[in-house]
Design a protein around this ligand. Structure first.
Ligand code: BES
Ligand code: MN
Ligand code: ZN
Length: 522
C-alpha cells in the first residue's frame, strides 16, 4: 500500500515526481484551491488562467496535468477538480472549508492517475485533522489495485504479486506526502494513522471480494480471518460443517449443502477492558452464488463472487476497530457458504430447521442470503449485544430501487436507522433509509413451515429485511444494510472507487463502533 507521510515542506523544493493541487469551480471559471498558493505564485499567479486554457473547470473528477514551473524540483503538477467552491450556510462565507468527501474523491482521482509513479506530494486544502484523514483515505483507497492474478504472480492466494507491480507492469503510487499536515501534531498524526488502519483493512476486504471463488472458499476465508485475528489480539472461533450440524445451524448447512466446499460460521470477538457497550456485526458470506437448484441464468452469475462482500466488510471493520483500540466490544459474525446446485443441495420445497428453532420453507434456493444470515443473527442475539448491524448483498430489488452506488438501510428502530444512515453519510458512503412495511410479512406465510424464504416480488428488498427481522432476538436493536448495489463496481473506476470489489460499508461500521465507544450511539 502507498506509504503516507505528513509534511510542512513548501512545494517548490519538494523532491517528488508530481505535485497534486486542487482546482474548484468558481462562478467565473476555475479557482486554485488553498494549499496551492506557492505553486500559483511560481506561475506568476496565472495558474487559474492556465488551467482554464487547458480546458479545466474545477468539476469533480476532472484531472489536468501540466509541467511544473521553472525552479521546481518536481517535474509535474496534477490539478484535480474539487467541485463547487464551498460556501457558508448563508452563501457568503469565503472561509468555508472543502467537505471531506470532495477531498477524498480528488485525492483518489489523483492517486489513480499517478499509478506507476514513485512519489507525489498532495497540496490540497487542509484546514485540520479531518481534511488530512480524508486526503489520506482518498490516496490509499484510490491507489488500490488488484493484481494478484496477473503477470504470472506466484503467490496468487496471498493477493499481491511478489514484486508489488500490477500485471500491466505499473506499480501503484508508492509514496504520498500530505502537505500542510504537521508531523508533530498529535491530532494530525492520529487522523493519518486512523486512515491507514481503516484503509488497509478496507483494501483487504476488496482483495477478498476480488479473489476468485475457486480460491476463496468458506474454509479459505475462515483461515484468513483466523490469521488476521491472531495478529490483532481478536478471539476467533470457527464452526465447520460438523460443528454446525451439531449446533443445529440449519440455514447455513442448508445453503452450503450443495457445495463440495463446506460452510463455516466465524465469530470474531474484539474486547476492550474498559468497554461498557457491545456491538455485533453480521455479514453475508456467500463465496459464490450460483442460485443453487433455482439456478441463475447466464448474465446473472458472472459477478457472484461478490456475494461475500458483507462478510468481508464485517471482517475488515472488526480488525480496524481492534487496530484503533476503540473502547467498545465488537463481535463479528461471518456466515460463509457456497450456494451450488448438486445432488446434496437444498431443493425448492425443502423445509429447514433454523438455529433459532423456527422452520423455513425454501421456495427459491437463490434467496439464500437470508437463510445464512438468519442463523448468524440468532447466534449474535444470544449474547444480547446493545445493537446488531448486518451487511449483505441481499437483493437485486435493492439495486433496482437505489441503483449501483447507494445501499439501503432498514431497521427495527427508527432512531437507530437514522444513526446508521447519518454515520454512512458522514464517512462518504451513499446510503438511504428504507421502510419495513408490515403488510409485506404475510406474503411469506407458508402452508407447511413457520415462514417461507420468499414473499411478494414487489418490494423484494423490504421483504428480505422483514424475513431477517424474525431472527433478531426479542428487544435487540437491529439494522440491516442491503449493499447489493454498491458492493461491486462493474463500471469504470471513479473517485477513490476502483473497478470490482469496493469495500462499501466498512467505513460506516467503523464509524458506528467509534460513535458507540464515544457514547454517542442514538
Ligand atoms: N446475491 C443475490 C442478490 C444480488 C443480486 C447481489 C445482484 C448483487 C447483485 C441474492 O442471493 C439473490 O439471488 N436474491 C434474489 C432473491 C429472490 C430469489 C427472492 C434476487 O434478488 O433476485
Ligand atoms: Mn441468491
Ligand atoms: Zn446471494
Amino acid at each position: 500500500m502507498t506509504a503516507l507521510t505528513l509534511s510542512t515542506a513548501a512545494a517548490p523544493g519538494l523532491r517528488a515526481d508530481a505535485i497534486v493541487i486542487g482546482v474548484a469551480k468558481g462562478a467565473q471559471g476555475p479557482v486554485v484551491a488553498p494549499g496551492a498558493e506557492a505553486v500559483d505564485k511560481a506561475y506568476d499567479g496565472k495558474l487559474a488562467g492556465i488551467l482554464e486554457t487547458l480546458g479545466a473547470s474545477g468539476a469533480e473528477g476532472e484531472l489536468t496535468k501540466l509541467p511544473a514551473p521553472a525552479g521546481f524540483k518536481a517535474p509535474l503538477v496534477v490539478a484535480v477538480g474539487l467541485g463547487a467552491v464551498p460556501d457558508g450556510p448563508d452563501g457568503t462565507d469565503a472561509d468555508a472549508g472543502y467537505d471531506a468527501e470532495a477531498l477524498r474523491k480528488a485525492a483518489g482521482v489523483a492517486a489513480r492517475a499517478l499509478t506507476g509513479t514513485r512519489k507525489a506530494a498532495f497540496a490540497l486544502p487542509v484546514d485540520g485533522p479531518g481534511a488530512i484523514g480524508a486526503i489520506g483515505e482518498g490516496v490509499l483507497l484510490g491507489a488500490y489495485s488488484f493484481d494478484a492474478y496477473k503477470g504470472g504472480a506466484q503467490d496468487a492466494g496471498n493477493a499481491k504479486a511478489k514484486n508489488g507491480k500490477a500485471g500491466n507492469g505499473k506499480a501503484p503510487l508508492a509514496e504520498a506526502a500530505v502537505l500542510g499536515g504537521k508531523p508533530r501534531d498529535a491530532a494530525h498524526k492520529g487522523a493519518l494513522a486512523r486512515a491507514v488502519a481503516v484503509c488497509e483493512e478496507l483494501n483487504r476486504a476488496r482483495d477478498l471480494i476480488n479473489m476468485p471463488p475457486n480460491d476463496l472458499t468458506p474454509a479459505a476465508f475462515a483461515g484468513i480471518a483466523q490469521t488476521a485475528a491472531k495478529e490483532h489480539g481478536i478471539k476467533v472461533q470457527v464452526l465447520d460443517d460438523k460443528a454446525l450440524a451439531k449446533g443445529g445451524y440449519g440455514g447455513i448447512l442448508g445453503v452450503g449443502g450443495g457445495s463440495a466446499a463446506t460452510p463455516r460460521l466465524v465469530k470474531l470477538s474484539y474486547r476492550h477492558p474498559k468497554a461498557d457497550k457491545h456491538l455485533a456485526f453480521v455479514g453475508k458470506g456467500i463465496t459464490y452464488d450460483s442460485g443453487g437448484i433455482s439456478l441463475k441464468p447466464a448474465g446473472h452469475n458472472e459477478t457472484m463472487k461478490c456475494d461475500m462482500s458483507g462478510a468481508a466488510a464485517v471482517f475488515a471493520a472488526v480488525v480496524a476497530a481492534a487496530r484503533l483500540g476503540l473502547e467498545v466490544n465488537v463481535t463479528g459474525w461471518l456466515a460463509l457458504a457456497e450456494n451450488m446446485p448438486s445432488g446434496t443441495a437444498v431443493r425448492p420445497g425443502d423445509v429447514l430447521r433454523m438455529y433459532s428453532g423456527k422452520t423455513v420453507e425454501v421456495l427459491n434456493t437463490d434467496a439464500e442470503g437470508r437463510l445464512v444470515l438468519a442463523d448468524a443473527l440468532w447466534a449474535a442475539s444470544q449474547e444480547t449485544p446493545d445493537a446488531i448491524v448486518d451487511v449483505a448483498t441481499l437483493t437485486g430489488a435493492m439495486m433496482l430501487a437505489l441503483g449501483s452506488r447507494t445501499f439501503g438501510v432498514m431497521a427495527n428502530d427508527d432512531a437507530f436507522r437514522t444513526t446508521v444512515y447519518e454515520a454512512a453519510e458522514e464517512v462518504g458512503e451513499p446510503a438511504w433509509p428504507m421502510p419495513l412495511p408490515e403488510h409485506l410479512r404475510k406474503g411469506m406465510d407458508s402452508p407447511v413451515a413457520d415462514i417461507a424464504n420468499m414473499g411478494e416480488r414487489m418490494g423484494g428488498g423490504l421483504v428480505a429485511g422483514l424475513f431477517l427481522r424474525e431472527f433478531v432476538g426479542e428487544g435487540i436493536t437491529w439494522a440491516h444494510l442491503d449493499i447489493a448495489g454498491p458492493a461491486f463496481n462493474e463500471g469504470g473506476p471513479f473517485g477513490y472507487t476502483p473497478k470490482g470489489g469496493t469495500g462499501t460499508a466498512v467505513r460506516t461500521l467503523v464509524r458506528l463502533a467509534e460513535l458507540t465507544a464515544a457514547g454517542d450511539l442514538g
